[in-house]
Design a protein around this ligand. Structure first.
Ligand SMILES: [Fe+2]
Length: 311
């Protein structure tokens, strides 16, 4: 922001010089001169005022810069598991709700979004990740998906995540862990049996299983709810802008874990019938941790070439 203000000052002083240049149509009468001088003075004043209004920092700030500045404010006192206040969430949501592909230099006609983008061996089409910013507090990036592109089911440990679909239609399936939900003892017993048998498999509750079509508002997930684990599937070519606070950080234990999803039937036991009968209808599944590099994960990085994010 400081850089922009400096620029505006420079522009203003150059223009002021132009205003002071002699007027070839000036008349020699002292009265007229005086009047003329006063008029010129008034004109200069008015022009100055006009410039001040049009050169105000708010006019110069691009949507992506506004997003960056707001993220700095929203996540300034954040950390793992810390959810920004409602006011701050709303502030960021308002910015994202109004963002369009052009604000980040994207158009659906770009190669990343073509159906034939990537290999022709029938494997999952590559998804392109454009990195905009990362600091300790937050990260901003864009996923560009061709039709049928999939970002497999993954988590966001301790994070608050804002996702804004910029264009296209995308299916989202998301879950939250059941761990803290009030469950009857029989369920607890069954869940604990599975936990002993396979500590990498946990019960999760379905949060969302539907498609979004742009233009639409940003969706938000939280450390413990809102669909912290999600999978994105491109129904048409689409682009989604993600803001993560705080970002993934392996040394701090916030790494991205991928999951396989199994219906409750796959882990039947003595209590399984009760569990299936009572819980399944509410939309639950077992989520099992996968290895670090799932074979269906096909994300490649590319250089962001849109409007400048920061100085
Ligand atoms: Fe995600």
């Amino acid at each position: 922001m400081g850089f922009e203000m400096k620029q505006e000052k420079d522009v203003l002083s150059k223009d002021q010089c132009k205003v002071k240049s002699p007027n070839p149509n000036s008349v020699n009468s002292p009265h007229i001169k005086k009047k003329k001088k006063k008029k010129d003075k008034d004109k200069t004043k008015k022009r100055g005022m006009r410039r001040k209004r049009s050169d105000s920092p708010a006019d110069e700030i691009t949507p992506v810069r506004r997003l960056f500045d707001t993220c700095k404010e929203v996540f300034s006192s954040g950390g793992p598991g810390v959810i920004p206040s409602e006011d701050k969430i709303q502030q960021l949501r308002d910015i994202l709700d109004n963002m369009k592909p052009g604000d980040v230099g994207l158009a659906p006609t770009m190669p990343y979004f073509r159906p034939d983008y990537g290999p022709e061996d029938g494997s999952s089409p590559p998804i392109t990740y454009l990195h905009l910013h990362q600091c300790e507090q937050f990260s901003i990036g864009i996923f560009c998906l061709p039709p049928s592109g999939v970002i497999p089911l993954h988590n966001h440990p301790g994070m608050t995540v804002f996702s804004k679909l910029l264009f296209g239609t995308m299916h989202i399936k998301s879950y939250d862990w059941v761990a803290d939900a009030p469950i009857q003892d029989i369920y607890r017993l069954v869940i604990s049996q599975f936990a002993v048998r396979d500590p990498k498999t946990r019960l999760a509750k379905l949060k969302m299983n539907s498609a979004l079509t742009a233009p639409c508002n940003a969706s938000i997930l939280y450390p413990e709810d809102g669909g912290n684990m999600h999978r994105f599937t491109a129904i048409t070519a689409c682009a989604v802008l993600d803001v993560l606070g705080p970002p993934y950080c392996n040394p701090e234990g916030r790494h991205c874990t991928y999951f396989l999803e199994f219906p409750l039937d796959n882990f039947s036991s003595e209590g399984g019938d009760v569990l299936r009968g009572e819980v399944e209808k509410e939309g639950h599944a077992w989520l099992q941790e996968r290895g670090d590099n799932p074979e269906d994960l096909n994300v490649v990085g590319a250089l962001y070439t849109g409007p400048k994010v920061e100085d």
